[in-house]
Design a protein around this ligand. Structure first.
Ligand SMILES: [Zn+2]
Length: 322
């Protein structure tokens, strides 16, 4: 008995000293313990970081599709029903009736945005009573969703708890590093150029996190650093007043470049550029689109969450410096 206890103690000490335990306990890629469906690629990225090989992952809204108002297509029903957990953004991002209905009737559905709203209410932006759902556009804010993902995976698969915790910790560290690096490099762009005009209101969190000064963040004047002709959910409905508002903004802040987004029609911005030129202003459209509501193609530099943020920052720096 005593010998067995000593052997066990030695094994534990070995694991602690060498740190080899977590790696050696990794299951093979085809042995999964939790089936997870994420509504967006940005959520799936967090699930992959925390869940690793213990999780079988699927994404519902793939590619450059508008996640606002997404409606279920053939096969989606099964993907949702067959999953143990369904992580969705919430904050009214997924407001398509068929998807919303299916999500709320799934026992393992978890709204990551609502977790953040409840725990960090002061960090969520609102337009009147409507929350801004684009919380992934601030890496430090998006890092808050690691916690509910970790908790849900550990509850479904208690044997993997330590494995998930180790990965969650590493993910948090990496995201903190990228957050600071992104802010540092964007703050190097002269203040007079850091005015962001995009297709729809997807970049408020990004602007607050990376484009404004500390003082502007404190006093709320950071909001002047961004403008978009379309609201939280792009609908292509641009009235004369919306158009004029953006043209006035371009004049006031001497903005010379506007940024289309990968999953939104550039028509609104085209009209704005055209109207500005008619008034004799020099405004152009960036040749590269930003990634707001969806990540880049799989395998590309912007095809993962942190790569997407990095890509956006680099496009802005390049275009503002031209
Ligand atoms: Zn959006």
């Amino acid at each position: 008995m005593k010998r067995a206890a000593t052997t066990l103690l030695m094994s534990v000490l070995c694991l602690l000293i060498t740190g080899c335990g977590a790696e050696k306990q990794l299951p093979s890629a085809n042995k999964c313990f939790v089936r997870v469906l994420s509504t967006t690629g940005m959520i799936d990225d967090i699930v992959a970081k925390v869940g690793g090989d213990r999780v079988e992952r699927q994404v519902l809204i793939i590619g450059e599709i508008d996640p606002h108002g997404y409606e279920l297509v053939k096969g989606d029903d099964e993907k949702i029903s067959e999953s143990d957990l369904v992580f969705f953004n919430g904050l009214n991002l997924e407001h398509g009736a068929s998807l919303r209905y299916k999500i709320i009737s799934h026992a393992g559905a978890i709204s990551l945005g609502d977790f953040v709203l409840k725990k960090y209410p002061e960090e969520i932006l609102f337009d009147d009573t409507q929350p801004d759902p684009h919380i992934w556009m601030d890496v430090s804010l998006w890092a808050h969703v690691i916690e509910p993902v970790l908790n849900a995976l550990a509850a479904k698969d208690p044997k993997g708890k330590e494995y998930y915790e180790t990965r969650a910790h590493l993910a948090h560290e990496k995201m903190t590093e990228i957050h600071q690096r992104t802010r540092h490099k964007l703050q190097k762009v002269p203040e007079s150029l850091r005015y962001l005009v995009t297709s729809h209101d997807a970049f408020a969190y990004f602007t607050r996190a990376y484009l404004c000064s500390d003082e502007e963040r404190k006093d709320g004047s950071w909001k002047k650093r961004m403008a978009a002709p379309e609201g939280f959910s792009p609908d292509g409905q641009l009235g004369a007043a919306d158009l004029q508002k953006i043209v006035d903004y371009l004049v006031e802040y001497r903005v010379h470049v506007v940024f289309p987004e990968s999953n939104v029609s550039p028509d609104s911005l085209r009209k704005i550029v055209f109207a500005s030129k008619e008034k004799g202003m020099k405004v152009r459209m960036s040749s590269e689109a930003l990634y707001g509501d969806s990540m880049g193609p799989g395998g590309s530099a912007s095809g993962n969450y942190l790569g997407m943020i990095d890509y956006d920052a680099d496009v802005l720096i390049k275009e503002w410096s031209r």
